[in-house]
Ligand binder design. Structure first.
Ligand code: NDP
Length: 229
């Protein structure tokens, strides 16, 4: 039975990935900060052992290694999805050293630590996909409006990390996909988003199902279009 490990599984895009893959018969290791409070996630449990809810705080050193102790066997999709927007005020002149550092830890460093912890289990699976939930706001080429220092820098860093993973993990047969999920109606995307979580997730899973070596290390809009770095 195929298996996905996803972070940020308690709400938004991560919750919908979990819901859709459970409905397709997958096993899902669903990592979130507060399993006790993850009522929407718990409500998805089919009760047959396919859903494992695991504690994971992306902002803590050692979190990926602690998670590794809880997740055994091959992992077809490792989805580093958890993310934060960062401080409310990200305008020039108001940068907050500690808040930007925390944003970088969660959005960029944590996915690298996950990749390091789980690469061997991904390599043992059928699909062998490492998916990183980035953002077009991390595209330097696309940035004509400025600001958003913490979020933009963290997602640009994630893109750089994803590209290196695509080189370093290629010998293991792993395909690294870097995603902009679209503008999605979630707590982070807000009500103005143009995609529902389901449209986003179906699109991402379609791309993942088609994953092949020619897609390794590319930055994809959920529509399948390549994005500029
Ligand atoms: P939500 O705000 O709805 O969900 C964010 C998820 O990340 C939550 O599950 C949250 O958990 C989790 N998370 C945040 N911080 C941590 C942490 N320290 N440790 C573990 N989990 C954490 O946002 P989305 O679902 O929209 O976002 C998912 C991803 O998609 C993010 O990486 C985001 O940057 C990216 N994205 C979203 C876009 C959109 O339009 N929605 C556009 C571009 C990118 P908790 O409930 O504990 O806070």
């Amino acid at each position: 039975m195929p298996h996905m490990l996803i972070t940020g599984a308690n709400r938004g895009i991560g919750l919908e990935h979990t819901r859709v893959l459970l409905s397709r018969g997958w096993h899902v290791s669903a990592a979130c900060r507060n399993p006790d409070k993850a009522s929407d996630l718990k409500a998805l449990d089919p009760g047959d052992g396919r859903l494992k809810i695991l504690a994971y705080d992306a902002g803590k050193a050692g979190a990926a290694d602690a998670l590794k102790a809880e997740v055994s066997g091959p992992i077809d999709i490792l989805f580093a999805n958890a993310g934060v927007f960062g401080p409310n005020d990200q305008s020039f002149g108001n940068s907050d050293f500690d808040a930007i550092t925390r944003t970088l830890q969660v959005n960029a460093i944590a996915p690298l630590k996950l990749a390091e912890a789980f690469a061997d289990q991904v390599a043992k699976s059928q699909l062998k996909v490492m998916a990183l939930q980035s953002s077009r706001m991390g595209s330097i080429a696309d940035n004509t409006s400025g600001g958003y220092y913490a979020y933009r820098a963290s997602k640009a860093a994630l893109n750089a990390i994803g590209r290196s993973l695509s080189v370093d993990l290629k010998p293991k047969g792993i395909i690294t996909l870097i995603f902009h999920p679209g503008w999605v109606k979630t707590d982070m995307g807000g009500a103005g988003g143009t995609l529902t979580v389901n449209e986003c997730v179906e699109g991402q899973l379609d791309l993942i199902a088609r994953a092949n070596p020619a897609m390794n290390g590319r930055f994809f809009h959920v529509s399948g279009e390549d994005l500029d770095w």
